[in-house]
Design a protein around this ligand. Structure first.
Ligand SMILES: [Zn+2]
Length: 389
């Protein structure tokens, strides 16, 4: 037990350094092992008077997690802190520290509610790691062992299927629909890899809700139109699919999976991918361009009112009619690069973006043209394919 506490405290100190947190030195920790019995505190530490009686975290999906601790000591407890972090992909581990409110006493009950309505929510299936530091009036401090709490959407009883790096969860759909969606996912990923060289490096969980309304119940700030979301840094996709929207559902699922692949292939702390490439790859993964998008593309090509590659490198506006054209142009740019230059060059482009390269430099290095050169070359290709054909 003592050993575990020491070991964990070591970890906490490392986290403290990584995140720039100031961590006070528990009195025992400095002396144990170093004092060789010379220091009175050494003996005291092995009989640390602070005792954590209970430690719990109760999820209230999707709104909150309630953390509770009970502790006692010989001297009154004067300070108790909760520390927690969320398991996700991140370049910096952010540990949150919360000082608890309680009346000083030799025995305390204290709690902290993490209200996600103020901080932003977490997707279902996320794990949160937490621990406590408790200090008494004699200057003793202990750090508890780390515990995990799983933040799951317990409104439904989930079944699951697994293949390769995908785990698919569902509750309402038939087993055959679930199997079909898993097959679609695997097929979509392998065709994406054949075209771009890109694949998942880490596990992905897909949660199939019965419909968009069930899915929105898992979100704190869901927009009305939300049909599917990829929480890329969590490796989680949530989407509403049933027998009646399966055609849309299969395309949308592969689209979100492609965003997951893009993220895992290129995520870096410096620079993202241009939006036309991000969305173009996701559209390309879905399969051939849908008719409505084709029509938007053809009319823009014929009318000569196209967006420059530069302008669709930044996030698309919410104007629905313009975003059709932006998605269609993004698809067509990716179609051009893959069909004319092949898989290996697309794989090199993604690798260069993983290094955080600027857009013009990345294109120049792989294809020998910048964004303006890409626009000109693509325009000739697209006119031939959609207008003069
Ligand atoms: Zn997208």
């Amino acid at each position: 037990m003592k050993k575990a506490v020491l070991l964990l405290t070591g970890l906490v100190l490392v986290f403290g350094l990584m995140t720039g947190m100031v961590s006070s030195q528990p009195p025992g920790i400095n002396y144990v092992g170093a004092g060789k019995g010379m220091d009175a505190n050494s003996a005291l530490f092995s009989a640390s008077p602070i005792n954590i009686i209970s430690s719990n975290a109760t999820p209230q999906f999707p709104n909150a997690i309630v953390f509770e601790v009970q502790a006692d000591s010989i001297a009154p407890i004067i300070d108790a802190r909760l520390h927690f972090y969320v398991e996700r992909d991140s370049f910096v581990k952010v540990v949150t520290e919360e000082k608890l409110d309680f009346i000083s006493s030799t025995r305390i009950n204290a709690s902290y509610t993490w209200d996600m309505r103020y901080t932003g929510g977490l997707p279902t299936g996320t794990t949160v790691i937490f621990w406590w530091t408790i200090t008494d009036a004699s200057g003793w401090q202990i750090t508890s062992e780390q515990q995990k709490v799983n933040f799951n959407d317990t409104r439904y009883v989930w079944k699951s299927l697994q293949q390769d790096k995908i785990t698919l969860y569902w509750y309402g759909a038939s087993n055959s629909l679930a199997q079909r969606l898993l097959d679609t996912s695997i097929l979509g990923l392998s065709s994406l890899e054949a075209n771009t060289g890109a694949s998942l490096s880490r596990r992905v969980s897909i949660y199939i809700y019965d419909d968009a309304s069930d899915m929105r119940g898992a979100m704190l700030f869901a927009q009305e139109w939300t049909g599917g979301v990829a929480y890329t840094s969590y490796g989680t996709i949530v989407i509403g699919i049933n027998d009646f929207n399966i055609t849309w559902g299969e395309r949308a699922l592969v689209h979100e999976l492609a965003h997951m692949v893009n993220y895992q292939m290129t995520n870096n702390p410096y620079n993202g991918m241009p939006v036309w490439l991000e969305e173009g790859l996701a559209m390309y993964a879905e399969g051939s361009l849908e008719l409505s998008f084709q029509q938007a593309l053809i009319s823009a090509l014929s009318g000569g009112n196209l967006f420059s590659v530069r302008s669709i490198s930044s996030p698309f506006s919410t104007d629905a009619s313009l975003s059709y054209q932006k998605y269609a142009q993004s698809y067509s740019l990716v179609d051009f690069l893959i069909s004319q230059y092949g898989q290996a060059k697309m794989a090199s482009l993604l690798e260069i973006f993983r290094q955080g390269c600027a857009y013009d430099d990345a294109l120049q290095a792989v294809y020998g043209f910048n964004m303006d050169g890409l626009y000109q070359a693509w325009l000739a290709f697209a006119m031939q394919k959609y207008v003069r054909a």
